[in-house]
Design a binder for this molecule. Structure first.
Ligand code: HEM
Length: 403
């Protein structure tokens, strides 16, 4: 931890200690100060109880999604195409309602089933390369490689773009938070790229992929404006990559450090779906922000219009009032109504897809490398703040059992 922090009045979600181990901090806050406050990063409130977080997520009239990032966006509206929003995540009703509705079919259980074959084949290809080695960084060489490939396929852009996608996402959400130049550059490049893809679909009339569907979508008889489509494409990329990669990474990190759970999932692969739910609960990656609409007193807190509130879904998921033994990972947990995908009108559109990617990634990994372990805990690095997950997981493979 970087120096002393009074977490109830001066928390810092970008603090190294918080990123690596926020769990005891949340436990403490829930007891002493269930809605904490800080002046850092433009002032915000942090609710840590399940009931409060889920209630707030269902009160969009009090808490707006106009800004969902803790570090405010850079150069609003000044990109090459003046894009300011990533609908539906960063807009309120009524725009939220029709932009979200437009996306839902592409992420339905049936649509996701169709993507499973491709996702599995891609995981197998990655594993073909990994099993040749004795050791690997499974965050970089495996977890990171999966979601960008899947979303590129859905958007209908060349999968060779996936490394570029990963760089843009990291420069927007991680490195870019402390480095506005990097963030602006990523945003501009991303917009130029997606604009050229939009123009291609407009010229060809193609609706074969998600970008094509957005280009030819209408609201009240009018096509969606370009800046809206650009914002939606950018959101799909950012929402789909960092989050899922973090989810896969945290799951594999857990398995690399817990032999008992690893062996059990190898023996009983039918438990993998419930293990995925438990990994989502225990290592929830995503915390999104809201803006307070009007001055008000909320559960005794004097909130002012424009204050940020952090929807700490990960903290809610460790609340002992809702989960028995919340700080234990129980891969066959029976009651698991976690809110890793949020709650209320902004609940994750991509949850079916994310679950499928996590399940398939774990199934394919364990099928080829049933035995592996962390090389050195000190070498593991975590990214955090609004999307938490491991960014390096160096492991040794026990080759006796790999195939
Ligand atoms: C493990 C992976 C994922 C997690 C934990 C996650 C989590 C979340 C959360 C917590 C929200 C709500 C945000 C809020 O209340 O402000 C959200 C919204 C959203 N997510 Fe995900 N997500 C994941 C994967 C994905 C994927 C793969 C996609 C699509 C490619 C996606 C697309 C979206 C979209 C479009 C929204 C906005 C929904 C709306 O505002 O109506 N997510 N996600």
């Amino acid at each position: 931890m970087t120096g002393y922090i009074d977490w109830s009045t001066d928390y810092d979600i970008f603090d190294k200690g918080y990123i690596e181990n926020p769990f005891s901090i949340w436990d403490d806050l829930r007891e002493k100060c269930p809605i904490a406050h800080t002046d850092r990063w433009g002032e915000s409130w942090l609710p840590t109880e399940y009931d409060t977080v889920t209630k707030m997520a269902r009160e969009p009239e009090l808490f707006s999604s106009r800004e969902i990032l803790v570090v405010p966006p850079v150069g609003v509206g000044t990109g090459p195409y003046g894009v300011t929003t990533g609908a539906p995540i960063s807009v309120d009703a009524p725009v939220h309602t029709w932009t979200r509705r437009q996306l839902l079919p592409a992420f339905s259980p049936r649509a996701v089933d169709e993507l499973e074959v491709f996702t599995r084949a891609w995981c197998r290809e990655l594993m073909d390369n990994l099993v040749r080695k004795d050791q690997a960084d499974i965050a970089v060489e495996y977890a990171q490689q999966i979601p960008a490939q899947v979303i590129a396929t859905m958007l209908g852009v060349p999968t060779t773009m996936k490394d570029q996608f990963t760089t843009w996402v990291r420069n927007t959400l991680e490195a870019g938070l402390a480095n506005p130049e990097l963030r602006i550059q990523a945003r501009d490049e991303l917009q130029v790229f997606f604009m050229s893809e939009i123009i291609k679909r407009r010229e060809s009339g193609s609706t074969d992929d998600l970008i094509g569907e957005l280009v030819h979508a209408e609201h009240e008889g009018e096509p969606f404006p370009d800046d809206l489509i650009l914002g939606m494409c950018g959101l799909l990329l950012i929402a789909g990559v960092d989050t899922t990669w973090s989810g896969i990474g945290s799951s594999l990190w857990h398995l690399a450090t817990n032999k008992e759970d690893r062996d059990r999932l190898v023996r009983e692969p039918e438990l993998i779906p419930s293990a995925v739910e438990e990994f989502l609960r225990a290592y929830s990656p995503v915390t999104m922000a809201r803006l307070v609409n009007d001055d008000m007193e909320y559960q005794g807190c004097p909130m002012k219009a424009g204050d940020r509130v952090l929807m700490a879904f990960p903290a809610a998921n460790r609340d002992p009032k809702h989960f028995d033994r919340p700080n234990e990972v129980i891969i066959d947990r029976e009651h698991n109504r976690h809110v890793a995908f949020g709650a209320g009108i902004h609940r994750c559109v991509g949850s079916n897809l994310a679950r499928m990617e996590m399940r398939v990634a774990i199934e394919e990994f364990l099928a080829r490398v049933p035995d592996f372990e962390l090389r050195d805990d000190a070498e593991v690095t975590w990214a955090g703040g609004q999307v938490r997950g491991p960014r390096t997981i160096p492991v040794n493979f026990n080759k006796k059992n790999a195939h």
